[in-house]
Design a binder for this molecule. Structure first.
Ligand code: PA5
Length: 438
């Protein structure tokens, strides 16, 4: 059995007694059962639950084949998408690869550079990206379930033009990979007309639960990461959270702790990492919990910090500001890289006490010290121990958070699988832009 991620909740014991935790068992288990029996709100969006084990193997073979073609004919892959059609792939690629992946030389990185766009309306970003792209050979993976999202559609139109100018219409079409709905939407219509290679986002999988479909798997495979190990990690976590008892169940315990603390007046959950390359895992998590739980004027506000960086900006608030916070720490137990602190003959900077120690040794000391300080300062802390930064671990983490989110949403009596609030800004924007009514 490969190493499993661990959920540690010792740091909430001063806020949640054993008895209280026990008393919450019936509520948490009822929510889990509703999810497993597919009887809760939004049960037409539970396709993610079985994906790691039942993912369409033919689609997976096509994804790997397309990834190989892109690796062979492109120096750059542009991934166009926003929200659930963007964050999972970026989280995985940054978690799994070199911190300066795109800047490595061709000897150091044999797979294409990967740039993300269509995730904002920034013209500066798009123009700058156009400069970086220059005359390099490239392909596009445009990802949109609805096929009509403005940010992604605008970016696609711009880079499609560049692709067609560079290669001609026919050749350009062979370099566009459209990940979208099986039948509906403008992107699907365009893809069929132009002859793009298509991948399907299943009807019953929502954006923030879609990284283990072609939405995430294609760009992740292009980066050279092992998508089978990612699916295997998710499948192993799936078995664990579906079968384990209340006491032993990481996702159900996490869901229970968050909800008990919410009921005690905590308003914000801060997800903290001590590895810069987990920044986009936190962004992905923010979307997952923000869109799933921020409903009916309730829910924990999901925020994130990169530590120790943000201890020098947000540290004061976390230690001593309004006591509305809970904190969840993602702890990578074994850093993928080792850097030793050198000794110096003359100890001018006073750092010789750390000579020959690793930077990760300092990082772990900072983490331990911060956890103790925040607990003393009145912040309940949960910890997720990640044995290492690899595909298998990340697959587990994705599934751990998904399952917990479903259970947590049902404990809170909301539908964790829709996002009606997201439409409001779009309505206003379309009215201002003068979008024709259908
Ligand atoms: O989770 C969601 O459903 C959203 O964040 C969507 O993923 C996001 O709005 C992008 O939508 P689409 O894939 O339809 O372009």
């Amino acid at each position: 059995m490969k190493e499993q991620i661990q959920f540690v909740d010792e740091g909430v014991r001063d806020w949640i007694s054993d008895e209280e935790f026990k008393n919450f068992q019936a509520t948490a288990e009822a929510a889990k059962e509703r999810l497993m029996k597919r009887e809760g709100a939004g049960n037409d969006f539970l396709g993610w639950m079985d994906l790691p084990e039942q993912y369409d193997r033919d689609e997976l073979r096509r994804i790997k084949e397309a990834a190989r073609k892109i690796q062979n004919d492109s120096r750059v892959l542009l991934v166009i998408g926003i929200g659930g059609s963007y964050l999972g792939a970026r989280a995985a690629i940054e978690f799994l690869h070199h911190s300066f992946y795109n800047s490595l030389s061709d000897d150091e990185r044999t797979t294409p550079k990967i740039y993300f766009c269509g995730n904002s309306n920034s013209s500066k970003y798009l123009a700058d990206l156009m400069d970086i792209l220059g005359d390099q050979d490239f392909s596009i993976n445009v990802i949109s379930k609805s096929g009509t999202t403005t940010e992604s559609a605008v970016a696609f139109r711009i880079f499609k033009k560049k692709l067609e100018e560079k290669y001609g219409k026919e050749e350009a079409a062979k370099r566009v990979y459209a990940t979208t709905d099986r039948q509906r939407g403008a992107l699907k219509k365009m893809a069929d007309k132009e002859g793009y290679t298509c991948f399907v986002i299943p009807d019953d999988v929502g954006g923030r639960y879609s990284v283990l479909t072609a939405v995430g798997l294609l760009p992740i495979a292009v980066s050279g990461a092992d998508v089978d190990a990612l699916l295997e990690g998710a499948a192993d976590m799936r078995r664990q959270v579906m079968e384990a008892s209340y006491e032993e169940n990481p996702s159900v315990r996490y869901a229970a702790c968050r909800n008990i603390l919410l009921r005690k007046g905590k308003a914000v959950e801060v997800l903290a990492n001590y590895e810069t390359s987990l920044h986009y895992v936190s962004e992905w998590w923010k979307q997952l919990y923000g869109e799933s739980e921020g409903k009916n004027q309730r829910g924990l506000f999901p925020a994130a910090v990169d530590l120790t960086t943000d201890l020098h900006s947000m540290g004061q608030y976390m230690q001593d500001g309004a006591r509305i916070l809970i904190e969840t720490v993602m702890n990578v137990e074994e850093s993928p890289r080792t850097v030793e602190i050198p000794a110096e003959e003359e100890d001018l900077d006073g750092l010789n006490y750390l000579a020959h120690k690793t930077v990760d040794f300092v990082n772990k000391a900072a983490m331990e010290g911060t956890i103790a300080a925040h607990e003393e300062g009145g912040v309940p802390i949960m910890r997720i121990d990640l044995p290492r930064q690899d595909e298998y671990t990340l697959g587990q983490l994705f599934y751990f958070f998904w399952f917990a989110c479903g259970v947590s949403g049902y404990i809170g009596a909301i539908n964790p699988f829709d996002q009606p609030g997201v439409e409001s800004y779009k309505r206003n924007m379309f009215a201002i832009l003068g979008k024709p009514q259908k």
